[in-house]
Design a protein around this ligand. Structure first.
Ligand code: GLC
Length: 448
């Protein structure tokens, strides 16, 4: 009897677990359908992030309003004088494309609350500044015309909306936690929530097909904001209804759902290995800046060099991920000289090496990574790419590759690299002493 009761109990627990699991989905899309929806993004690997807003005028970080605890009236001068007269998004798109980027994501509204698009739910928008234009509309047209996929970043956080409650990163946050209630009297998050849903709806209705939506960000906890504040479940359902093909980031605080996000978004750091959730590898994209700030920062000097940027890209792909590399245009509407140089450097390398990036992913475990190298692999063409981070002296061994390689060549010029099997199962490559004139030379291995 005892045993029967026990078995029944176990069954019940199992059933409950199953149900909980079943509840963990917001849609009924299958894994295969999801892969198909994301196929272009998984292939393209490299995109441009663009952070542009009023904060390009103070030019000292897009968080300037919060960092310096500026009031709305102190910030108003940026709105009154915002006039990016040199804005030519077609030029931006050409530079993105020349760098090898295949998609781009623009901040339609950042935390400051200012909208680059012509929203009918606010006056705090570009069309009411001296430039008097829907900057998003022009951007979308320009990027599409250059053949790039288009994505919108939209800030969940809003430091301008009068109903958005003051939280621990708001410019008007109190020094004394006891003062939150007093400060939030009269503010109504439900009203802000409606505003947020309305604006996302506008963005996904008025600008044609949108390929990516980047919502930013949740910070659960006391005096923070989570999925309840945003109405995230409803929001995501609406997004999927309006744009069934869209790819959505993971910052809605819906991580409890299997399909509460399409990819994870490690920011400003290199992942040690392919990120996992519930024991499964997940799609991922790291977003990174050239320097420390997302918005244009005039006096910042910590710019990554060409090699560092290339390693970011290659290493991401070598662990199955994407790179979204950010530019913060100036308030005149230009990419400054530093950004242009950085993009140019990426382009020079990508021009001859992009075959080791597009369509590539982590190499299967059977291929061992040589020292000071990064591997990527194209599962369709079955080619393996060895990126030489530290150019070796002539002989270069590929561990355990004996009998697995048909032909080896440098990718940048398609020149043969002689090879021979060694007694211990490796393949020894015979590289020229002189490092080819490529920042990171790539060896392309055509496998048996
Ligand atoms: C952060 C920052 C923000 C930036 C974003 C990009 O969440 O708040 O300024 O837009 O990351 O990933």
């Amino acid at each position: 009897m005892k045993k029967i009761t026990f078995t029944m109990l176990t069954l019940l627990v199992l059933l409950l677990q199953l149900q909980v699991h079943a509840q963990k989905k917001l849609s009924n899309e299958t894994d295969e359908q999801k892969e198909q929806r994301m196929a272009w993004w998984l292939n393209d690997r490299f995109g441009m992030f663009i952070h542009w807003g009023l904060y390009s005028m103070p030019a000292r970080h897009e968080w300037v309003k919060s960092r310096e605890r500026l009031t709305d009236s102190a910030y108003q001068q940026y709105f009154d004088n915002f006039n990016p007269d040199l804005y030519n998004p077609r030029e931006w798109a050409r530079m993105a494309k020349a760098a090898g980027m295949k998609y781009a994501v623009l901040t339609t509204k950042h935390h400051e609350g200012f909208c680059l698009f012509d929203s009918k739910f606010t006056d705090y928008k570009a069309t009411n500044t001296p430039i008097r234009k829907d900057l998003v509309k022009e951007w979308v047209d320009a990027f599409r015309a250059e053949g790039l996929k288009v994505g919108f970043y939209y800030s969940l956080i809003d430091w301008h909306h009068p109903d958005y409650t003051i939280d621990n990163n708001h410019p008007q946050r109190p020094n004394n936690p006891a003062d939150y209630d007093k400060l939030n009297k009269g503010r109504d998050m439900a009203k802000y929530r409606t505003y947020l849903h309305n604006q996302v709806k506008e963005l996904l209705t008025n600008y044609g097909k949108i390929d990516i939506l980047w919502l930013d960000f949740s910070f659960p906890g006391q005096h923070g904001k989570d999925h309840n504040d945003w109405g995230s479940e409803e929001l995501l359902k609406m997004i999927r209804t309006l744009q069934p093909g869209i790819i959505v980031d993971d910052r809605l605080d819906l991580n409890n759902y299997d399909d509460g996000f399409d990819f994870v978004s490690p920011e400003q750091y290199k992942v040690a290995e392919w990120p996992m959730r519930n024991g499964k590898r997940v799609h991922w994209e790291t977003c990174q800046t050239f320097s420390g700030s997302w918005g244009y920062y005039r006096d910042e000097t910590s710019w990554k060099d060409n090699k560092q940027l290339l390693v970011l890209l290659i290493e991401s792909v070598s662990k199955g991920g994407n790179l979204l590399l950010n530019v913060g245009p100036t308030s005149r509407g230009l990419f400054d000289a530093r950004a242009q140089k950085a993009l140019g450097g990426m382009g020079t390398w990508m021009n001859v090496n992009s075959r080791s990036i597009y369509g590539c992913t982590a190499a299967p475990a059977e291929f061992k990574k040589p020292d000071n190298a990064l591997l990527t692999y194209n599962p369709t063409t079955k080619r393996l790419y060895v990126h030489l981070l530290d150019y070796p002296l002539q002989r270069f061994d590929l561990p355990g590759m004996k009998g697995k390689i048909k032909y080896a060549q440098f990718l940048h010029d398609g020149s043969e690299i002689k090879m021979r099997n060694t007694d211990n199962g490796d393949v020894a490559l015979d590289l020229p002493v002189l490092k080819p004139d490529v920042e990171i030379p790539v060896i392309e291995l055509i496998l048996q």
